[in-house]
Design a protein around this ligand. Structure first.
Ligand code: AMP
Length: 588
């Protein structure tokens, strides 16, 4: 059985190298040495996922709670928690320092399986005294951990590993573990986002291992390996030729769009063969019609079917064709007019009293892509053809399509853009007619052309308010993602844009993900994404990234978007460049 200590040692080595290649090699070699189940756990832990993705419960343990758990294990000491924290490079190291104050460091005894099991148990605690029961379970776990193990346990719990191992790099590590091309692993990951599952599929220790093709585990033509309970696919041909499952479907990672500065820029990037669609300001949904029923997944791939019963009803005429739609749901007023994103969020994730909210807050569905039909997966089919088949199905079932044109000229495209903005839409999506559906990738196939200057940023800290905002965490530190390091870097602060009710809700949510507090500022795990409007981007020596947003204002809390999909340093830099280039006709 693999020890958690060995895992911690490998993580420590990962933290000491900045070479992506070495990180992937170290991690891949380690995973290959473990048994399959342990490798699946280690892969998750390394990217800071304490629970399997199939687990619906959350841990709900804040950094503050972890600190209290550990502090109880340590006898009185002269250093204050604040001092330890200030001297440490991160939360995990602070926990390690604290644990080293114990009289003796327990010998490493924990196994990977044991830790994983305990964390699942912590997440499952509900009902009366759940906080105390979680506390006790965690205390027992930390009590058995050596200081180094405690460091990585804390990092996993707060989901901030800080050793440069991103999910993308983990796929490279898995490729090394399996001795397979990384493209094959990425492909499998597009269809099954559970890293543990991917590790299990490709692990060299699989019974009768040899070539394992990427599979969702549910594609027809797969058989189940009884020993592992893992599906085996012996033909590694293109997935496009596979047929889709008849059992419960799994979501496909939604394709993402890269930003384009203007309609003209979109033509320059995609060429002339493109379609333009209105960019609807709602929430992404992926709808799978299967014999087991209609399954609706959110952008974050949660099953939200019970919240949107009307979508399932709309699918009734198409059920036997088993389509998979990609689309956007918007909240509408009584006359069918589009309402703000917040109104829509009242419907998402809601399961109780659904009939009443359904009447109070109607929605409209717009479909814009077709990812599968009649058991065939269409992600390797060009958008031109996918759209044709989409339009046929939509017409049959009376589904609405996002307004769209294939422009004959750039002028016509500009006109369509003005019409979209005039009608109050966010902008346009430009889609290359020949593009394939690239799950989870921000490829060059789709571009978003937005009118407003907005960025999706992550809240990394917040200041306690004063005066009217006393008692609320109300000044938010905003950051962009640096894809090279996986870290978040600050670009500004704002207290503008939220209502009192939002401040209250935000304060509650931030406290739940707090990792530390210093001088009136609460530092949090980078999890909450907000869409921020700003006037312009300035050069600024104040922030490491060298740029800062001016007049930032929060437009929406993007509960539908994970932090990994927030805007990046590169987008910020591109926006900065863009504003330096003024259109000719605005010059004096
Ligand atoms: P953003 O959230 O700003 O990165 O923009 C991409 C999102 O726009 C997608 O995830 C969809 O939720 C949304 N969207 C709205 N209209 C469309 C459309 N016609 N095609 C594709 N995505 C759309």
């Amino acid at each position: 059985m693999a020890s958690f200590y060995d895992f911690a040692l490998v993580c420590q080595s990962l933290g000491q190298t900045s070479s992506r290649l070495q990180i992937a090699q170290l991690a891949g070699d380690f995973l290959a040495r473990l048994e399959i189940g342990e490798a699946a756990i280690a892969a998750r832990f390394m990217v800071g996922r304490p629970l399997p993705q199939t687990q619906e419960k959350r841990l709900q343990v804040s950094g503050r709670a972890i600190w209290r758990v550990v502090a109880e294990l340590v006898p009185d000491h002269s250093e204050s928690g604040e001092e330890i924290f200030a001297a440490a490079v991160d939360f995990g190291e602070a926990i390690e320092v604290l644990l080293r104050l114990r009289a003796t460091d327990p010998p490493p005894r924990l196994t990977l399986g044991e830790v994983a099991q305990d964390l699942v148990e912590v997440a499952g605690i509900e009902g009366p005294h759940s906080r105390r029961r979680k506390f006790e379970l965690l205390r027992a776990l930390f009590a058995r951990a050596s200081a180094l193990e405690g460091k990585y346990l804390a990092k996993i719990l707060i989901r901030e590993m800080r050793h440069g191992m991103s999910e993308g790099l983990m796929l490279e590590a898995i490729a090394r573990m399996a001795g397979r091309p990384v493209s094959e692993i990425r492909r499998a990951h597009m269809l099954d986002t559970d890293l543990g599952q991917i590790v299990s599929q490709f692990h060299p220790g699989r019974a009768g291992a040899e070539p394992v093709a990427p599979t969702t585990g549910e594609l027809a033509g797969t058989s189940t390996d009884a020993a592992q309970g893992v599906p085996v696919q012996t033909d590694p041909a293109s997935l496009a030729s596979y047929t889709l499952p008849s059992s419960r479907p799994k979501p496909i990672r939604p394709m993402l769009a890269a930003p384009a500065a203007s309609v003209t820029a979109a033509f320059a990037i995609l060429g002339e063969s493109l379609a333009l669609e209105y960019k609807l300001d709602g929430a992404r949904v992926q709808i799978h019609c299967a014999p087991s029923g209609v399954h609706i997944f959110s952008r974050r791939m949660n099953d939200i079917s019970p919240s949107l019963p009307e979508v399932a009803e709309m699918m009734a005429p198409l059920r036997e064709r088993r389509p998979i739609f990609d689309g956007e749901v918007i909240a509408v007023g009584m006359r069918g007019e589009a309402l703000a994103f917040q109104e829509l969020m009242r419907r998402f994730g809601r399961v109780r009293g659904i009939e009443q909210v359904r009447a109070e807050q109607p929605i409209r569905l717009f479909v814009f892509d077709l990812l599968g039909v009649d058991g065939d997966l269409l992600i390797d089919t060009a958008y031109r053809e996918r759209y044709q088949r989409l339009a046929e199905l939509a017409t049959r079932a009376g589904l609405e399509l996002a307004p769209r044109i294939i422009p004959d000229s750039v002028e016509q495209a500009h006109e369509f853009y003005s019409r979209a903005i005039g009608a109050g839409y966010e902008g346009l999506m430009a889609k290359a007619l020949s593009s394939l559906y690239t799950p989870g990738a921000r490829g060059r196939g789709w571009l978003k052309i937005k009118n407003a200057r907005t960025l999706d940023l992550v809240i990394v800290a917040a200041d306690w308010g004063y005066g009217r905002r006393h008692g609320w965490l109300s000044n938010y530190h905003l950051a962009v993602r640096d894809p090279a390091t996986g870290q978040f870097v600050m670009v500004g602060k704002t207290f503008k844009g939220l209502t009192d009710a939002d401040f209250e809700e935000m304060t509650r949510r931030l406290q739940a993900i707090k990792v530390a507090e210093r001088a009136g500022t609460v530092f949090v795990r980078p999890e909450i994404v907000v869409e921020v409007a700003y006037s312009d981007i300035q050069r600024s020596p104040r922030y490491a990234v060298g740029m800062a947003l001016r007049f930032a204002r929060i437009l929406h809390i993007r509960t539908d978007k994970p932090a990994e999909e927030a805007d990046t340093v590169d987008t910020l830099a591109a926006e900065f460049e863009r504003q330096l280039v003024k259109p000719l006709d605005s010059r004096p």
